[in-house]
Unconditional design. Structure first.
Length: 242
């Protein structure tokens, strides 16, 4: 039976995604249920077993990024997953993970002296299929280094988050996505005074085979929710033309 043109294109797209480290959504796929953000990712599923890059510009953005990443980790790790958090100058306060339903004891924190040692440790940790996630804080990341990290997770299926605080310049990397997170005023709980639900502006600057965009998101009742789309969500061709 001859395949239709649509079937051939669909098959080719599936093969390309598989070669790039994406898995087709199925019963074993962890869906993040991020609301409007889901449409930005291939097949509508947040890419697990991939490397995601975060580019905070200053201290406030770094704190916001840690919060947003922690919210993602809560879904990626599930109730029993473990992970590594590796850095030369850690910006995370471990007890803060409890705010996102994660016990700090589920992380192995490795504090090293040199960024080169951090990169090596992150690559080795990503090769370990027994962990769910690896978070590495390293300002410098080039294409070759990021490609090695991506190749590591394609074998182990571990999800990697690279936080690049105070990165001196924007570089081309092989990471599946690149994010910029900014803090927003917390949403009050029942109009009571206080900090309220954490909120962020999440800008997905680049995502392979997806649709970049910017959204307002909130951590509420143990889940990361999209409050509203803040800016236009670009089609890949439209962003390229811009």
């Amino acid at each position: 039976m001859q395949q239709s043109k649509a079937d051939i294109l669909s098959s080719l797209q599936t093969d390309i995604l598989r070669l790039q480290g994406y898995k087709s959504p199925g019963s074993s796929t962890t869906r993040m249920h991020l609301g409007l953000m889901d449409a930005a990712f291939p097949n509508g599923v947040f890419p697990l077993g991939s490397i995601h890059e975060f580019m905070p510009a200053g201290k406030e953005d770094t704190a916001a990024t840690n919060g947003f990443v922690s919210a993602l980790l809560s879904s990626v790790m599930g109730p029993a997953g473990i992970g590594f958090w590796i850095s030369a100058a850690r910006t995370l306060f471990p007890p803060a993970l409890k705010s996102f339903g994660i016990s700090p004891e589920r992380f192995i924190f490795i504090d090293l002296r040199k960024e080169k040692e951090v990169w090596w440790a992150v690559e080795e940790a990503l090769k370990c299929p027994s962990v769910s996630v690896v978070v590495g804080e390293m300002p410098t990341l080039d294409f070759t280094s990021s490609r090695r990290l991506q190749l590591a997770v394609e074998q182990s299926c571990v999800t990697g988050f690279v936080i690049r605080p105070y990165a001196e310049k924007l570089t081309t990397t092989a990471c599946v996505s690149r994010w910029k997170i900014a803090s927003l005023p917390g949403e009050a709980i029942d109009e009571l005074p206080g900090v309220g639900f954490p909120q962020w502006q999440a800008e997905l600057q680049r995502v392979r085979n997806g649709k970049p965009g910017t959204w307002e998101v909130r951590w509420q009742n143990g889940k990361l929710k999209t409050v509203e789309k803040v800016l236009h969500q670009f089609e890949p061709e439209e962003r390229k033309a811009g």
